[in-house]
Design a protein around this ligand. Structure first.
Ligand SMILES: Cc1cc2nc3c(=O)[nH]c(=O)nc-3n(C[C@H](O)[C@H](O)[C@H](O)COP(=O)(O)OP(=O)(O)OC[C@H]3O[C@@H](n4cnc5c(N)ncnc54)[C@H](O)[C@@H]3O)c2cc1C
Length: 350
């Protein structure tokens, strides 16, 4: 999703930037394919909040993006753990970008509405009306189809090595030289950089796992994140519910992963306590994928070893579905600026 979105932004730049996209072999077990795709504006980090606000605003204002991503606006509730910090600035920020969407509810109001049970006293909930979920997989596939139709060069082979002076080797070919190379290979990025003899400082991988459970009934309709337990979830079509808890499986290899069955038990316990869901136990499936995290979380263009020709564009840290539109736009603007500068310098030198 990250690489395709960036390629799309660059191809829309004026003057146009020629992009060669290496997609690797199609895999159904990357983060974008498995992602829950939950999107909202609220984040405790004001920078992330700015990015998710810009992304959701663009998504909501574009019929094409809504269709390409399968966006469903079902609302979002974020239950805050611990003593509330001053939420004023963040709430005003959300109100500015999407007027009339956000409200702050107390634990009592949430329990009275029948949405949650047994909430710790003093819990506050940031509720957003204009939020929901999308499919990163669908967005990525539609962007890719659009780029191919526009004539972008796409190679379905894995990149085997990259260099800080802009060269790329790929399975069965290369090296090819580029003005700029961006490694946007999600959880595969740290290994690709290390395999190329380069530093992957700041980047780590971590498994994310959730369950799809059949429910007998639930009045719950929106996306939720419950910081007091770590539980998150959303309804899925056909009376099913997506439910997850954070894993502690750091530094795992990308691709297929065996499910953590103990974690599943924890999810079901917390869900029945907090949501009172009537679970239809036999209808349970586990979904796991590996995500790329960064010590300074967020999908962002980062130079590799201070190079001006090689960047990573990853580090979504479990949240890039929310920010990919804004992050790809910002990354493309930075690359376009840099390419224009390099061109001016080259012209000056001749
Ligand atoms: C289970 C799960 C649930 C999530 N839920 C949410 C959510 O609810 N809300 C939210 O905001 N975010 C969520 N996220 C996070 C978000 O989905 C990810 O941040 C995002 O999808 C990452 O996209 P990506 O393009 O960086 O990585 P990926 O989707 O992993 O894509 C990396 C791509 O690089 C390709 N590749 C790998 N190696 C090479 C190579 N050598 N050469 C060429 N190509 C290569 C792979 O084939 C793959 O297609 C979730 C993530 C997971 C895993």
């Amino acid at each position: 999703m990250a690489g395709t979105a960036l390629a799309w932004r660059l191809s829309d730049n004026w003057p146009p930037i020629e992009v060669h996209l290496f997609t690797g072999r199609p895999t159904r077990i990357d983060a974008s394919a498995v992602s829950g795709g939950m999107v909202r504006v609220f984040d405790k980090d004001p920078i992330q909040c700015l990015n998710s606000g810009a992304s959701l605003t663009e998504l909501r204002s574009s019929a094409k993006l809504r269709k390409w991503s399968g966006y469903q606006e079902i609302g979002s509730t974020f239950l805050l753990a611990g003593a509330p910090t001053d939420l004023g600035p963040v709430l005003s920020q959300i109100e500015r970008v999407i007027p009339g969407s956000v409200s702050l509810l107390t634990a009592e109001q949430m329990v009275d509405a029948g949405w949650f049970r047994d909430l710790p006293h003093g819990t506050l909930a940031v509720v957003e009306r204009h939020a929901g979920y999308l499919s990163p997989d669908r967005l990525r596939n539609n962007l890719l189809a659009h780029l191919v139709a526009k004539g972008m060069r796409v190679t379905e082979r894995p990149v085997t090595a990259v260099t800080t002076d802009g060269r790329v080797r790929y399975e069965g070919g290369g090296p090819i030289g580029f003005d700029v190379v961006v490694a946007a290979a999600g959880a595969w990025t740290p290994a690709l950089l290390r395999r190329s003899g380069l530093s992957s400082a700041g980047l780590r991988t971590k498994a994310i796992q959730y369950l799809l459970v059949g429910t007998k009934s639930t009045g719950w309709r929106g996306v939720f994140i419950d910081e007091t337990t770590g539980l998150y979830g959303r309804p899925v079509s056909g009376n099913r519910f997506l439910l997850g808890l954070p894993t502690d499986r750091w530094d795992v290899g990308p691709g297929a992963l065996s499910p953590d069955l103990l974690l599943n038990i924890g999810v079901l316990e917390v869900a029945s306590r907090r949501l009172g869901l009537g679970l239809a136990a036999p209808q349970i499936s586990t979904h796991t994928a590996v995500e790329c995290y960064h010590s300074d979380p967020g999908l962002k263009l980062r130079p590799v070893e201070s190079s001006s020709r090689l960047y990573s564009f990853t580090g979504g840290s479990g949240g890039a579905a929310k920010t990919v539109l804004a992050a790809s736009q910002r990354a493309a603007a930075k690359l376009a600026q840099q390419l224009a500068l390099a061109q001016q310098l080259a012209l000056g030198a001749t």
